[in-house]
Every structure is written in C-alpha cells, then in structure tokens.
Design a protein around this ligand. Structure first.
Ligand SMILES: Cc1cc2nc3c(=O)[nH]c(=O)nc-3n(C[C@H](O)[C@H](O)[C@H](O)COP(=O)(O)O)c2cc1C
Ligand SMILES: [Mn+2]
Length: 491
C-alpha cells in the first residue's frame, strides 16, 4: 500500500504496530551497528532507528534505519495485509498485483529538493554508513537503496539494488557492476557510445522501493511501474538536478552522478561481506560512481541493510519476489505447480516446488524450466520437487520427503553440469569464476531432486496405490484432541 511521505509514513506505520524501535544510546558505526543488526535479524525483531551515532551527532545526516523489511510481518504491512499473513499468501498477492503494472506520475516538486549540494561541497562522509563486516574494503553506503538508470536506446528506466562503497575522496562510490544486471547492460550501451552513464541512487523511500529494486524482472520492465502496482498507486517522481533521471519526490536522499566503463577510471573496490555470509571477491579495480550532486530532505534518514545476516531485509524480500518470479515462469509452462519456495536463509540457492503430479518425469521439467531462465543464474543450484502433500516451507517435511520419497539415485537425482551460476558462491573454485574468461558468471553444476512418488512403482493391491497411506492422525481426531487438550490437564 502507499504510505504518506515516503519512509516517514512507513516508519509511522511500523511504529503504530510496535515494529520500530529507536536506539538513543550512542553506538559506533564501526561494526557495532552491524552487530546489533545481526542479532535483530536473528530475533526477527522490529526495525531499528539509530539516532545517536558516534561521529555523526552533527553531520548532515544523523539518522540511520535498518531492518525495516526483515520479517514477513513487515512485508505483510507493506502490502497493507494483516501482519500474520503467511509467506505463501504474500507470494500469491504479490503475483496478483504485478500482473498489471501501474506507470509513475511526474510531479514538479518534492521534499527531496529541500536541500541541494553541488559537487564541490559533496562529502559522503557526512552520512552514517556503517562499517558492516570486519574485513570489508570500506564503508558501504549503498546496501538498501534504489539505483536508477535509463536505457539510451528506448528510454526504459531501471531501478536496481547494487552495493556501493565510499571512496577516500568522499565524492565517489565504488560499485559492483555486473553485466548480468540491468544497469550493467545499460552502462555497456553508454560505453559503446563513448559516454558515461547518468545514475541516481535513492535512499529512504517507501519499503516497496528496495523490495522491487532487488527483485527479478525481465529486460525492459520498469521497476517504478512495478512499485506502482505493488503499492496500488502510481509513484510520484521528480526530475534530478544534473540529469534527466526521475526519483521519488518524497525520498530522503538522492545521489546523482555518472559511472563509466573506461578502465582508466576504475578504483579498488571490495571485498564486501556478501549474501552467502562470506566475503565476496577480493579487492579489485571496479567502476566508480562520480557524485555530481546530492539532494536531500531536511534532517534526512539513511537506510541500509546488513547483507549476509540470517534473514536480512534483502533476503526476506527476495524470498517473496524470487519465489513469485519462479512460480510465474513455471505456471506459463508446466501444469500442476501448487507452491514454490526460494528460502530467505539460502537466498534461493535451493528452490522447492510442490506439484500435483500427473505424469512421470514432471519434476525434471520443473527443474529444466527454472534453469532455463536468465533470472535463475544466481538461484536454484538445487531444485527439489515434491508432491502437494509436502509443506515446502517446513524443513522437517522436506527432510522427510528426501528420505521416504527418493529411492533411485540414478533417476531421482539428475545433474545439469556446467551452467552459469553465482560468482559469489564460495563453493565455486576461484578459477571457474574468472569474469574475463566466462563473462561475469560463476560455474554451477545443478542438481534436481525428484522427491515425488515414483510412478514406476507397482500398485500395492492391499492399498490400491503405489504407496501405503501416511499414518498422520485424521483431522477429526486432531481437532478433538486440540479441543480437549486443557481438559486432559496438558494445556
Ligand atoms: C543488499 C543487496 C545488495 C545487492 N548488490 C548487488 C550488486 O552489487 N550487484 C548486483 O549485480 N546485484 C546486487 N544485488 C542483487 C540485485 O539487486 C538483483 O539481482 C536485482 O534483480 C537487480 O536488478 P536488475 O535486474 O534490474 O539489474 C543485491 C541485492 C541486495 C538485496
Ligand atoms: Mn531491472
């Protein structure tokens, strides 16, 4: 749903639900803030607003919010649904809303223009970006924002979530610009024209922005149109000061600048504690976002996310949006898909699919279909397919199916070797994720586990089926026992 006044409206909504806590005790931006966020993520607690940050009592920006979308309660509230809406319902509702996109509206003015800082006066050290992980290459300012770029050929506006580290000069940001990402592909086009690419990075707007920015969509889909569809109201945008890019009128902070693919402009970036809870890559020369201008609201609030924590903002949001992407793709191609789950804890490196099986071999089609989409490059190294009586969000159910529905490793396990995969997966040997050799992808051998009931088994005459029935208590008995539990002296 739409929240009045961007991040501030969202914070009010969180607060009224007891889902926002302000931390007024002094905390250090150097690892302490991230230590607090680690525990907050583990505990699935409220969002945290830091208002007393060491060295930032009197800087341009004194406030930092994190964990504002790191539980399914938060995602449900973002969609305007009851807090306890289960993830499966969130996925289905997100899929319904994104069937029809809603384009943004352009407005003349917004509070993001209250303060304008030009290049000479830019000092990125004024922002309380945490030092997140002990061996990071620097302070990462860009961890839960939206990076806006425009395709020079057809005008398509992309908004993606990409990491960014403040360089020593305080006027530039080191970035990881993969050719698999939409801004990477756009930047290549500018480069071929001999140009640097205009960029705007948006910090602190409604929760739908980072959620959609980190979600998978095909080329030419404008993420502002998706945000409109998810919040059910067009996004209001204003034009940037130094380029033609458009940004939300009520955003907290916008950084405008350019990125070039000319290697002469590259500077060392990384390492950074990445999503698998490992450091991603080693320090290497990478493109640089040169900042031309900053616009911000008065007393702006910076937003960020602890990447790699169990259940960080990105992981939780992506478990919804990635499951939706995979499910949409499957529904267009394969019958009988009843549930899809890309878990937050693994960022969908494994993907579980429940099907109403109607023919032998259906599971392999499911895996092939998932693997056949570019969106799966960073996901679904393992695809496990189960029957529709298995709850794919319940690990014990998954484990049970793995043990009692799989019998023939030759047929139930299939390998698809030599696929493109995640460059950030630490289990891939470094020589197999050589960007110059393989085109900015890692190399994965993928595995499909068919844990559906095997139709090659013969019927057991006594049961009239290939498997005996499960011994679960009947629904009547479960209800009776639950009703009388206290009466038994057990409640
Ligand atoms: C916190 C966070 C940081 C991310 N950093 C990067 C990054 O530096 N580079 C990248 O290519 N993708 C990164 N991603 C993944 C992208 O956001 C994701 O692939 C998204 O689909 C990209 O949008 P695009 O398809 O419009 O390029 C990050 C995701 C999260 C949640
Ligand atoms: Mn995109």
């Amino acid at each position: 749903m739409a929240f009045q006044d961007g991040l501030r409206g969202w914070m009010k909504a969180l607060e009224s639900e007891g889902e926002l806590k302000e931390i007024t005790a002094e905390v250090d931006w150097n690892l302490e803030m991230s230590g607090i966020m680690w525990r907050a993520c583990e505990e699935h607690g409220p969002a945290l607003l830091f208002t007393n940050i060491k060295d930032h009592r009197h800087t341009l920006c004194t406030k930092f919010i994190s964990g504002a979308l790191h539980t399914y309660r938060h995602v449900a509230l973002m969609m305007g649904l009851p807090k306890e809406t289960p993830p499966k319902e969130l996925i289905l509702e997100y899929r319904r809303r994104t069937e029809k996109l809603l384009p943004p509206e352009i407005v003349e003015y917004g509070p993001v223009k209250e303060n304008i800082i030009r290049r000479e006066a830019v000092d990125l050290w004024q922002f309380p970006a945490p030092f997140w992980h002990a061996l990071d290459g620097g302070r990462y300012l860009n961890t839960y924002c939206g990076t806006v770029t425009q395709d020079p050929d057809n005008g398509w506006i992309n908004v993606g979530l990409y990491r960014g580290m403040v360089h020593d000069d305080g006027k530039s940001i080191g970035v990881l610009l993969s050719m698999g990402s939409h801004w990477g592909q756009m930047c290549q086009k500018y480069h071929e024209r001999g140009q640097a690419m205009p960029v705007a990075v948006v910090y602190g707007w409604e929760p739908v922005m980072p959620l959609v920015a980190a979600a998978l969509f095909p080329r030419n889909v404008g993420e502002y149109d998706v945000m409109g569809a998810v919040r059910q109201k067009p996004v209001e945008l204003v034009k940037c000061e130094t380029n033609d890019l458009l940004v939300p009128a009520t955003a907290e902070i916008v950084i405008e600048g350019t990125v070039s693919l000319d290697p002469a402009t590259f500077r060392m970036e990384g390492p950074f504690g990445e999503y698998p809870c490992y450091y991603g890559g080693t320090p290497a020369p990478k493109p640089v976002l040169q900042v031309d201008c900053i616009t911000h609201r008065t007393d702006p609030i910076l937003q960020g996310s602890l990447e790699g924590a169990p259940y960080d903002d990105g992981a939780v949001a992506q478990s919804i949006t990635k499951s939706a992407y995979m499910w949409n793709n499957l529904d267009r191609n394969i019958p009988g898909v009843v549930d899809v789950w890309c878990p937050a804890i693994t960022h969908g490196t494994d993907c579980y699919v429940a099907i109403k099986k109607t023919y032998q071999g259906q599971a392999k089609q499911v895996a092939a279909c998932i693997w056949g989409s570019t969106g799966a490059i960073y996901s679904a190294k393992i695809v496990m397919v189960v029957d529709d009586d298995i709850d794919i969000r319940n690990l014990e159910d998954i484990q049970w199916a793995l043990n009692y529905r799989v019998w023939d490793p030759d047929e139930d396990f299939s390998f698809f070797r030599g696929c493109p995969g995640s460059m950030l997966d630490p289990s891939v040997p470094p020589e197999l994720k050589d960007a110059t050799k393989f085109g900015a992808v890692g190399r994965w051998h993928r595995l499909c586990i068919d844990a559906t009931k095997d139709w090659r088994l013969t019927r057991i005459e006594h049961w009239g089926d290939r498997f005996p029935p499960r011994t679960l208590p009947t629904r009547q008995i479960t209800e009776l026992v639950n009703r009388r539990w206290k009466e038994y002296g057990l409640g």
